[in-house]
Design a protein around this ligand. Structure first.
Ligand SMILES: Cc1cc2nc3c(=O)[nH]c(=O)nc-3n(C[C@H](O)[C@H](O)[C@H](O)COP(=O)(O)OP(=O)(O)OC[C@H]3O[C@@H](n4cnc5c(N)ncnc54)[C@H](O)[C@@H]3O)c2cc1C
Length: 466
């Protein structure tokens, strides 16, 4: 399967006219030079083509656009920041791109409930800034924060580095506003603390990858940021020791809010490509094979607790500790720059998976051995959110359409009882795997839900369901 751009025909003139009327002349892009950037994904692995990109300014315009597309049977791909990693946000079969990028408003914070409403196109970082300015924090955070949008994080049920403490996006969502495929608006943004009135539509749309509705706004629960944060980069003998250490830290450190895994070859490449100093240039740390970035928060300084917890860990070779934000940011670079550095080695196959803790060390040893048997020129990179058993398997040096690699990795994930999609979704990349990961009855239920909300199948028709 090689994914080639499909050259779509132009939109019929009456449709283009109606869309121009809905969003204004300037916000319907049809020139291929202007639409090209919307048709290729962040990794460069998925590239398509579109007859048009529509850029509505508000919910009413999103509703008008979808009503027009529904009336003419035109398929639509909703797009936020286009940082998704499973080929779900780009038009691979000539769909119209519905960009939410102009819906950027972040509303006032309710000081009692600690909630805010953000429009779908608001970058994740803008929500962090608004929350911080009022003494709150938003729990969902990851390296693409400046570009990924709130709508995209809802659509993918994004996770990130603090899931271990606060859960994924679904756990932060107290309400949603969304436009259905036919243009009707469902708005439920009251953010009530308790509300058991029927089905949880926000929870259903969250993680549906643009296949059930287009998110236009989300009501988000904020958290109280810790007064003190200690960040430590811990050098360990191997992955098995890292997994065992996680158990120790979980029990000893109630303020544990992140535990991120990187391996020696990934760390070395990040240092080389980004010009960063080796964190452990000498001594036992220089021979470590696994590194965990640990973040611990507290109302009082947790440094002593962290030091005591480190003493209990077997196979610990060295620790670098940061207690101020600048030093912490420098430690986070070793983890967060992995994605960018891997991208410099060519379009990566991204296979984001969850592995049960008991099998994590075996998985990290087995995958780099299995992948070259499927694709001899391949290079495998493993890193991820240790706290959730979530490994980002990245494979470079393979043809974008090479599915033998997927079989080697995802097949092993299923053998171990893991999940083929931890946080990025199914998208286009893993569609054919859905029936191997979910029972026929579950897939039938998925299809029924899709048919109920989008009977004509115009919303992201090539994503998620096989
Ligand atoms: C460097 C880097 C690090 C990352 N780290 C993480 C991480 O730690 N955790 C994590 O979960 N993800 C991570 N991601 C993946 C990505 O950032 C998330 O999936 C993010 O939620 C996508 O947001 P977006 O606005 O870019 O969505 P897009 O990429 O535009 O879209 C993603 C999917 O959501 C749909 N969609 C987008 N907006 C809407 C909307 N308003 N309504 C309905 N459907 C919509 C699209 O159709 C598509 O299926 C990372 C990506 C990069 C590049």
């Amino acid at each position: 399967m090689v994914l080639m751009p499909v050259l779509p025909p132009a939109l019929p003139a009456p449709v283009a006219d109606a869309l121009r009327q809905a969003v204004g002349e300037r916000e319907l892009l049809v020139d291929p030079d202007r639409t090209a950037g919307y048709a290729v994904d962040w990794t460069g692995r998925y590239a398509g083509a579109t007859p048009a990109v529509v850029r509505p300014a508000d919910t009413a315009q999103v509703a008008a656009v979808l009503a027009i597309c529904a009336a003419h049977g035109i398929a639509v791909v909703p797009q936020g920041g286009n940082t998704g990693l499973v080929g779900g946000s780009v038009p691979l079969a000539g769909e119209v791109v519905l960009s939410l990028a102009r819906l950027r408003e972040v509303g006032a914070i309710d000081p009692v409930d600690g909630q805010l409403t953000a429009a779908a196109g608001a970058p994740l970082a803008s929500v962090h800034q608004a929350a911080a300015a009022a003494g709150w924090a938003y729990a969902v955070d990851f390296a693409a924060r400046d570009t990924a949008t709130i709508g995209g994080t809802v659509a993918t049920n994004a996770g990130g580095v603090h899931v271990l403490r606060h859960g994924s996006t679904r756990g932060q969502l107290t309400g949603i506003e969304a436009v259905l495929a036919d243009g009707r608006v469902v708005s439920h943004l009251a953010g009530l603390g308790k509300d058991n009135t029927g089905y949880d539509l926000a929870g259903l749309v969250c993680g549906s990858e643009g296949t059930l509705a287009v998110v236009t706004a989300a009501r988000l629960r904020l958290v109280v940021p810790p007064d003190h944060v200690v960040t430590a980069l811990v050098a360990l003998r191997d992955v098995a020791d890292a997994v065992a250490a996680l158990g120790v830290w979980r029990r000893a450190l109630p303020g544990l809010q992140a535990a991120e895994l990187v391996l020696a070859d990934g760390l070395e490449t990040v240092c080389e490509h980004q010009g960063l100093p080796r964190p452990f240039p000498r001594g036992a740390g220089a021979t470590a094979r696994a590194f965990v970035l640990v973040e611990v928060g507290g109302a009082s300084d947790p440094t002593h607790e962290v030091a005591a917890a480190m003493d209990e860990v077997a196979g610990l070779y060295d620790v670098a500790v940061a207690t101020d934000p600048g030093a912490a940011a420098r430690l986070w670079c070793y983890r967060e720059r992995h994605t960018v550095v891997i991208g410099e080695h060519g379009p990566p196959h991204k296979l984001d998976v969850t592995i049960p803790a008991a099998s994590l060390a075996e998985f990290c040893a087995e995958v780099p051995a299995r992948v070259p048997r499927a694709a001899p020129a391949a290079r495998t990179w493993l890193f991820g959110h240790l706290g959730d058993g979530n490994i980002h398997v990245n494979v470079t040096g393979v043809d974008p359409g090479d599915v033998a690699v997927d079989e080697a990795v995802l097949g092993h994930v299923l053998e171990l009882g893991g999940s083929i999609s931890a946080e990025h979704g199914i998208g286009t990349a893993k569609r054919r795997w859905l029936t191997r990961a979910r029972s026929p009855v579950q897939v039938e239920v998925f299809r029924s839900i899709k048919a109920a909300l989008d009977p004509a199948g115009i919303l992201n028709p090539n994503v998620l369901l096989p």
